[in-house]
Design a protein around this ligand. Structure first.
Ligand SMILES: *Cc1c(COP(=O)(O)O)cnc(C)c1O
Length: 394
């Protein structure tokens, strides 16, 4: 009997999932840089457009390389279907737009990636869709925010930048009782450490730009879920609005998936060591890392995550101290990206979260002393030496 790839170990799915070889039998996945496809006859074109015969039509609808990436990521996630997008933000935008119409209401965790907040606060209201923000760790707040027209719950867990964790299963139950769908931005956890669909979420979104590429090259994104919902909510909007991922980027990301598990496990080992060194240093007032037992939602993490991920946040007390820390780093880069092989650190209040009003930053606990660090693949001894010296200088 033929092997079912869904039964493979995660490492095997990452390396071989979705592989569709041409008659040449190439080992590394082929890159199909082509826009359209020829049909054997007018009747064959008719059948393909009618959806009665399989095959590709046009790059905006689908492409063999992009499909290999979608199939591989779907296998890693344990999802029936995946749609790749040109960026993580295209994925978040599409995931919401496909589920709402004018007059609908969204409930979202208040600690969200800045561009996600812009979509909810500035963009969706133009089309008559309102959002209520809640403290995502407070289950009562989710319940209280529900209105008769609530159609979507959106949460990022762990959230950027202070790594707040939401009980995905409990929030999914509240969403479903209200007749709403739960969308989870799973970037920080990666498909290796958290499976939102298995916990009860309806849709998972990724910025593939982060750990899936993991080497700072291309933008990409993905939406995953059950086949029926994916088709109903996203098939037409994706075809006609055109957020398609470039096949070249899909190829880079497909190769990224091969080593995703290896990379994020090593990054997580490094992050655990770096977090412990920071927490033990007198300059750090508070250190937040999902892999440490002193994380504020440690019990929830134990229930739904199998690894802490590669991001650490710590409070040095003031903007001046945070900047002194960043300026003293010799190996770690000052950069706002994350998930890369190279370690990087940023001051969220003046970079990623500068457009958030000060009172909202305070509401999520993001005061001026916080630094966010994405731990990479360098030797942990070098990282700890660099970070410890910068902490001394802070
Ligand atoms: C980076 C990021 C995004 C946006 O992804 P892009 O690929 O940069 O468009 C969305 N959500 C989270 C949590 C992110 O970290």
């Amino acid at each position: 009997m033929a092997e079912d790839p869904r039964d493979w170990q995660i490492e095997t799915r990452a390396v071989r999932g979705g592989l569709a070889r041409t008659p040449y039998g190439e080992i590394s996945e082929a890159l199909f840089l082509n826009q359209s496809f020829a049909y054997d006859s007018a009747a064959a074109a008719d059948a393909r457009f009618a959806g009665e015969a399989p095959g590709f039509i046009y790059q905006r609808f689908g492409n063999p390389t992009t499909q290999m990436f979608e199939d591989r990521l779907a296998l890693l996630e344990g999802a029936e279907a995946c749609r790749a997008t040109a960026s993580g933000m295209a994925a978040v935008h599409l995931s919401l737009m496909g589920l709402v119409r004018a007059g609908d209401h969204i409930v979202a965790g208040r600690a969200l990636f800045g561009s996600c907040r812009w979509i909810l606060s500035e963009w969706m209201p133009r089309f008559g869709v309102e959002t209520t923000y809640v403290d995502a760790t407070d289950l009562e707040a989710w319940k209280t925010a529900v209105r008769p027209n609530t159609k979507v719950f959106l949460v990022e867990s762990p959230a950027n930048p202070l790594l707040e964790v939401t009980a995905i299963g409990a929030v999914a139950d509240i969403a479903h009782a209200a007749g709403a769908k739960l969308v989870v931005d799973n970037v920080f956890a990666t498909p290796i450490f958290q499976k939102p669909l298995a916990l009860g979420a309806d849709i998972v979104v990724y910025s593939a730009t982060k750990h899936i590429d993991g080497q700072g090259r291309v933008l990409g994104g993905a939406i995953l879920g059950q086949a029926e919902l994916m088709t109903e909510a996203y098939k037409d909007i994706a075809r006609h609005c055109g957020p398609a991922l470039s096949p070249f980027n899909a190829w880079v990301l497909l190769k990224g998936l091969e080593t995703l598990e290896l990379r994020v496990r090593r990054q997580t080992e490094n992050a655990g060591r770096v977090a412990d060194a920071i927490a033990a240093h007198s300059k750090a007032k508070q250190t937040i890392y999902p892999g440490r037992p002193d994380h504020p939602q440690a019990a929830v993490i134990a229930n739904q995550m199998t690894g802490g991920g590669n991001v650490v946040a710590f409070d040095l007390g003031s903007r001046e101290a945070a900047w002194r820390f960043l300026d003293a780093l010799q190996i770690v880069d000052i950069s706002n990206n994350l998930g890369d092989a190279k370690s990087m650190a940023t001051h969220p209040s003046t970079t990623t979260h500068r457009s958030m009003p000060e009172e909202e930053r305070v509401a999520i606990g993001l005061t001026q002393g916080w630094v966010r660090m994405s731990v990479g693949l360098e030797g942990s001894g070098d990282l700890i030496r660099d970070v410890s010296r910068a902490l001394d200088a802070a």
